[in-house]
Every structure is written in structure tokens, then in C-alpha cells.
Design a binder for this molecule. Structure first.
Ligand code: NAI
Length: 486
């Protein structure tokens, strides 16, 4: 249990400082203005309240933008509990404003139970995640809204171990975080041997925000162990082709600047991975005048990078020349201890892929004689015995959220409009979806885009009936076949 846990007028929460609520509310007001998709859903569904009865367990970076998402879910009738999906990504003023709620009072019906603060330990992170599953009166959630899949993972592992009757013993091969998960589930099993089995049976579905979480869901579906239907929000075009790309184009450089203030122009930057996030990362670094090199394993993405005018190389071939390393792969062991040892003095190393496996931080910790010096929170100099240092951001975790405040509101509005529509879809159509992973239909994707045009002064051309017939589409859309790639 965390010493941050408070209970006020029936409302449980664990945040950094409730006094930040007013500052958070000001930021929320500005964000609402930049989130036309969410605000129009409030208008469209605020009276019919399609999410009435939904008890949503949300695990997604507790930022200002997420606060607007949470208040939209509530405006549509849902009850919500919330945690961050990363130990460094919470904006404490957003968490406080969400707890206090729109009425400005701290009490159970008005406020939201949030369990998140910037700089949690891993133990606190998993403690917070377990707080998602108790809605009071013996009730658990009946929907999950996930980012990266940790809430979904806890339910699946819980059910697996409950069926086996025990949580396996921790072994030497288990990393620190997995041993915490096992410990968390051991405590749960001891207090109620069927807790997650009961919870899972109530859950109508999960909507998943990001590439890495979606990959986990497809794996479960392939193994036949997915416990409830899932909507892959990430692969809505108006999510991954906008948030992952244009979002990182904003927040990567924001994070680099806030963390180090280093001049980017003229520097050599290496972007590992040229998927949606990598494309945005390379573009923004190039926009600052950095020279950008890309690494890729996929020949199609490697060719795209080359045709975009970027050098594509292997990390080993450029390691000693690069000033700034950015990993965007969603993979593991991208920057190893050998790489870190061979970098030039004061090279900056940051990751924007979902988990911290991309940079071997565990290995770095074990280097004999290495010294860790805190420059400021989430910025560390690692000094090697040979005297050279590397600057690691956010301890290898998402640095655009750890060192800055993540993507801006406008692009998150597109992502979260998809999230809300996906929640409505699964909640209002029980039994219509199998235990598989689905994407939202294209007409909804086009709707999300449409909702964001006016704010930018975009004037759409309308097809004539003749033009529509010629193309074989409806005047109102959808305009592209499913296989179109944008
Ligand atoms: P993606 O699948 O489009 O791109 C990843 C790319 O990395 C692929 O092209 C893949 O071929 C490449 N790759 C894989 N292993 C590699 C290796 N060893 N060396 C070089 N390249 C390699 O995925 P996307 O959408 O770009 O997401 C990447 C990660 O970023 C995911 O973990 C995702 O969850 C996360 N993400 C983070 C955001 C943030 O705000 N920081 C926002 C959106 C996504």
C-alpha cells in the first residue's frame, strides 16, 4: 500500500498533491479547446449517455489530455478508475484536477479515483494498477481502457495463476518488474483465490491504445487465450498515422530540449526503427537541422528511409560518431551495454518505444566501476571507468512523457476520440464481438478526421454523384478500400 493513499468523502485516490488541482483545471480548459473530437462526442452523446453502467479501468499516461478523455467518458455515463501506464508520465496537476472533478469538490460521485504520480517506483506502479480493479461494493470493472497492456496483462496472468491454483515461484531469470507482478498476484490469490477469474468474466472488452499493447493482444488471440474482445485503437488510421508520427514530431524534441537544452542543429542523430514513430522522430530531428541516420530490420521501412533522403546504417558502423540516440522500435536490446561503452563522450540516449527494454539499463547498472550522477530528475549522466559519459533520459523509459508532457492535445484528441468510440462499441454491443482483436470500421475513422477539420480551417471538396460513381464510392464515404495504406 502507498502512503499516498487517501480517502476523502468516500473517494479513494493516491496522487502527488491535491493542491495542484486549480493549476490542472486551467490546463484542462485550454486542452478542451484543442480537443474538438472529444468535445463533439460530449455534445453528441452527453444526453443519451451510452456508457451508462460501464465501469472502466483505465491505464493510460495521466496527462492533461487524458484528463479530458476521462471527463468525456464520465460525461457519457461511465464510472472510471485511473492509473498511469508509465512511472514517469503523470502530470501531477492533471491528476489532481481529475480527482477534484469538474465541481471542484473532493467527493465520491464528483471526483475520479486516480492512483498516479510522477516518479512512482515499480512497486508503487503495480500497487496502483491493482487499485483499478475494486469499484466498491464487491464490484470490479466491466471494461478496460489500456495503453501498453499492463491492466490486461494483470487480469490474464491472474486468471492463469488462479486456474493453476498458485503463482509460480520467482526464478533468477525473472526480471525485477516481473517478480513484482508475481508478488502482486500472490497477495491477490491469498486474499481471494478467484478474484481475477470473477473480474474477467464481467469484462465486456478492452480498447488498446498503442502498438506494443496491440502486439500483446494479437499474441493472446493467436494462442486462443484472450479472455474478452479487444479493439485495436492504435491501428485506426487517425491514431497511428497521426499520434505516433505527428505526436512524436512534437514531443520528442520537446523532451530533448527540456532534458538537455542541447543544440540539435548540426548534430548527428540515430533513430532506431522507421515505423510510424520513427518517421516522426526522424522528421523532427531533421527539422532542427540534425543529420539523421536510421537503423531498420524491415527492408520496406529501410527503403522508405533511404527514399526520404536518410542514411540507413547499422548501429555498430556509426556508434562512435552519433550525438543523439533515439529508439522507436517497440523491440528489445536495441542499444546494448557494448554500444553504450563505445559511444562518444556525453552522447544523449533516449527511448520513445513503449517499454524500457530497448536500452539495456539493467546491463548498464552492472558495468563494473560505472557511476550514475543525477543531473536532474529523469536526466542521468552515466560515467564509465574510462572517463567517457553517456546521458540517459528517463532511465530508458518513454522520454517524451518522462522529460516532457507527451503529445499535444490536438493529436491526442484524434486518438482519444477513437478510444471513446471503441468503448461505446464494445460496451453497447455485448455478445456481438468474439474474443478476438478488431479495428473500428473505416467510416468511424473518417468521422474522427472530419471532427478535426474545422479547427484547422480545412475545406473539404465534395464528390459529385458522377465522380463518386466513377470511383465506385459513396459521396459520403468511406473513400478508400480496407487495404489502402495512407
Ligand atoms: P512500428 O511497428 O510502426 O515501428 C517500429 C519499427 O521498428 C518497425 O519498422 C520495425 O521494423 C523496426 N524495428 C524492430 N526491431 C528493430 C531493430 N532491432 N532495429 C531497428 N529497427 C527495428 O511501431 P510504431 O507505431 O512506430 O511504435 C513503436 C513503439 O513506440 C511502440 O512500442 C509503440 O507502442 C510506441 N509508441 C510510443 C509513443 C510515444 O508517445 N512515445 C506513441 C506511439 C507509439
Amino acid at each position: 500500500m502507498s502512503d499516498k493513499l487517501k480517502s476523502v468523502n468516500g473517494l479513494d485516490f493516491a496522487i502527488a498533491d491535491i493542491n495542484l488541482a486549480e493549476a490542472g483545471r486551467h490546463q484542462l480548459r485550454l486542452a478542451e479547446h484543442e480537443m474538438p473530437g472529444l468535445m463533439s462526442l460530449r455534445e453528441e452523446f452527453g444526453t443519451s449517455k451510452p456508457l451508462t453502467g460501464a465501469r472502466i479501468a483505465g491505464s493510460l499516461h495521466m496527462t492533461v489530455q487524458t484528463a479530458v478523455l476521462i471527463e468525456t467518458l464520465i460525461a457519457l455515463g461511465a464510472e472510471v478508475r485511473w492509473v498511469s501506464c508509465n512511472i514517469f508520465s503523470t502530470q501531477d496537476e492533471a491528476a489532481a484536477a481529475t480527482v477534484v472533478g469538474r465541481t471542484g469538490t473532493v467527493d465520491a460521485p464528483a471526483g475520479v479515483p486516480v492512483f498516479a504520480w510522477k516518479g512512482e517506483s515499480l512497486e508503487e506502479y503495480w500497487w496502483a494498477t491493482t487499485q483499478l480493479f475494486d469499484f466498491g461494493n464487491g464490484q470490479g470493472p466491466n471494461m478496460i481502457l489500456d495503453d501498453g497492456g499492463d491492466a490486461t496483462l494483470l487480469v490474464h496472468k491472474g486468471v492463469e495463476f488462479e486456474a493453476a491454483g498458485a503463482v509460480p515461484a520467482t526464478t533468477e531469470d525473472d526480471n525485477h518488474e516481473y517478480s513484482i507482478i508475481l508478488e502482486t498476484l500472490r497477495a491477490s490469490l491469498a486474499s481471494d483465490p478467484q478474484r481475477f477469474t470473477k473480474i474477467a468474466s464481467e469484462i465486456r472488452g478492452v480498447t488498446e491504445e498503442t502498438t506494443t499493447g496491440v502486439a500483446r493482444l494479437y499474441k493472446l488471440a493467436k494462442e486462443g487465450t484472450l479472455l474478452f474482445p479487444a479493439i485495436n485503437v492504435n491501428d485506426a488510421v487517425t491514431k497511428s498515422k497521426f499520434d505516433n508520427k505527428y505526436g512524436i514530431r512534437h514531443s520528442l524534441v520537446d523532451g530533448l530540449n527540456r532534458a538537455t537544452d542541447v543544440m540539435l542543429g548540426g548534430k548527428l542523430a540515430l533513430v532506431c526503427g522507421y515505423g510510424d514513430v520513427g518517421k516522426g522522430a526522424a522528421e523532427t530531428l531533421r527539422g532542427q537541422g540534425a543529420r539523421v541516420v536510421v537503423t531498420e530490420v524491415d527492408p520496406i521501412c529501410a527503403l522508405q528511409a533511404a527514399m526520404d533522403g536518410l542514411q540507413v546504417a547499422r548501429i555498430e558502423d556509426v556508434i562512435g560518431q552519433v550525438d543523439i540516440f533515439v529508439t522507436t522500435t517497440g523491440g528489445t536490446d536495441i542499444i546494448t551495454v557494448e554500444h553504450l561503452s563505445a559511444m562518444k563522450h556525453n552522447a544523449i540516449v533516449g527511448n520513445v518505444g513503449h517499454f524500457d527494454d530497448e536500452i539495456d539499463m539493467a546491463g548498464l547498472n552492472k558495468v563494473a566501476g560505472v557511476e550514475k550522477i543525477e543531473i536532474k530528475p529523469q536526466v542521468h549522466e552515466w560515467r564509465f571507468p574510462d572517463g567517457h559519459s553517456v546521458i540517459v533520459l528517463s532511465e530508458g523509459r518513454l522520454m517524451n512523457l518522462g522529460n516532457a508532457t507527451g503529445h499535444p492535445s490536438f493529436v491526442m484528441s484524434a486518438s482519444f476520440t477513437n478510444q471513446v468510440m471503441a468503448q461505446i462499441e464494445l460496451w453497447t454491443k455485448p455478445g456481438e464481438y468474439e474474443k478476438q482483436v478488431f479495428v473500428l470500421p473505416k467510416h468511424l475513422d473518417e468521422k474522427v478526421a472530419r471532427l478535426h477539420l474545422d479547427a484547422l480551417g480545412v475545406k473539404l471538396t465534395t464528390l459529385t454523384k458522377k465522380q463518386a460513381e466513377y470511383l465506385g464510392v459513396d459521396v459520403e464515404g468511406p473513400f478508400k478500400p480496407e487495404h489502402y495504406r495512407y
